[in-house]
Ligand binder design. Structure first.
Ligand code: KG4
Ligand code: ZN
Length: 329
């Protein structure tokens, strides 16, 4: 069975993993969250330096955890796009050096393809075609996965990505960074119908818009502050979460009807969201597949898993493959 070693450094996690088929043999993630918490977000230059410092140890720890050596590895995969260029470069240099030194093929993987393949880690029988709702800090897309490596983008966000909206609203509510998990947790204690918020309807039925929702929360918080009225943060978090989840569920259900698919894969950091898992997981007319919790946010196991599928199809990257900050799927 194909065994792939992978590195992921597109944003603020330095990660390495080994995946055999669809089984994770080892996965190490060094988070930079504590460093970026000090600035309330990721400073790209700082992220690159953190990757440089962390990668050697992360790679060594990954092989130690897996109890494997280079003779067990068929190819080296890495995230080549999209992401912060300085961060991507760190992973790229490490992956290319290892591929060259150990004479292994190199596989450049699109970060979002990695997120899609994270769902294969929770369902070994999963096969295309299926619909994928990609919801992360940088992306919100509805993708028809017609076959392995064959994607048709049905819809995307007109403005903020879902995770980005979570992070910005969390900042307004004073919940810190990253905001998604904090709002998700607080929302469990609030009344989801306490505030009526705009779900961001746009002309295209599969596109989303979350900047209006974000602004509405901001205005509400500001109004309460000016009038010195206390605002129930749990109610606001719950109402925000309900609005987001309903907006996404509506698009998913429309896209399933449009494509005729019976399965939706939810991937990207926001796929860890409890509200989204409950809402889509309980719909009886289709199947919702979520990645294992620890592989929802950025990790290298998903990159390795996508690498397994690409390796099987004979895909290989050249050692001069560039990294790219923007690249569509
Ligand atoms: O996929 P990811 O790790 O990085 C990107 O590629 O963007 O996603 C990170 C995003 C952040 O915006 C974070 O706030 C959000 O995922 N997130 C969540 C939850 N856990 C992480 N959003 C909502 N609910 C969660 N439980
Ligand atoms: Zn991601």
């Amino acid at each position: 069975m194909t065994t792939i070693f992978a590195i992921e450094t597109s944003c603020d996690e330095s990660a390495a993993a080994i995946v055999r088929g669809r089984t994770v043999v080892a996965s190490i993630i060094a988070s930079q969250i504590d460093v970026h918490r000090l600035t309330g977000g990721v400073v790209p230059e700082v992220a690159s330096r953190e990757h440089l410092q962390a990668l050697g140890g992360v790679i060594a720890a990954c092989f130690a955890e897996g109890g494997l050596g280079w003779t067990d590895i068929d190819a080296v995969a890495f995230t080549c796009a999209p992401g912060l260029v300085g961060s991507l470069l760190m992973g790229s240099m490490a992956a290319k050096t290892l591929a060259l030194v150990h004479a292994r093929p190199l596989l450049g993987i699109h970060h979002l393809e990695g997120h899609i393949y994270s769902a294969f880690l929770s369902d070994p029988a999963l096969e295309p075609p299926f619909l994928c709702l990609l919801v992360s800090g940088g992306h919100t897309s509805l993708v028809a996965v017609e076959d392995h490596g064959c994607y048709r983008i049905l819809g995307r966000t007109r403005d903020d990505a879902v995770g980005e909206a979570y992070d910005k609203v969390a900042r307004v509510l004073g919940l810190g960074y990253p905001g998604g998990p904090a709002i998700d947790k607080l929302a469990q204690q609030g009344d989801p119908r306490a505030f009526a918020l705009p779900g961001g309807r746009v002309e295209s039925p599969f596109d989303t818009s979350f900047s209006g929702l974000k602004t509405a929360v901001l205005r509400l918080a500001e109004k309460h502050r000016l009038q010195s009225l206390p605002i129930d943060r749990a109610d606001l978090a719950a109402s925000f979460q309900r609005t987001v989840v309903e907006a996404l569920a509506e698009r998913v259900e429309l896209a399933l009807a449009y494509t005729g698919y019976d399965t939706v894969v939810v991937a990207g950091g926001v796929s860890a969201n409890r509200g989204l898992r409950e809402r889509l997981g309980q719909a009886g007319s289709y199947r919702a597949v979520f990645p294992p919790m620890r592989f929802c946010t950025d990790n290298a196991a998903m990159i390795a898993c996508a690498g397994v599928a690409r390796f099987a199809r004979g895909f290989r990257s050249s050692l001069d493959l560039p990294v790219q900050s923007r690249l569509s799927l």
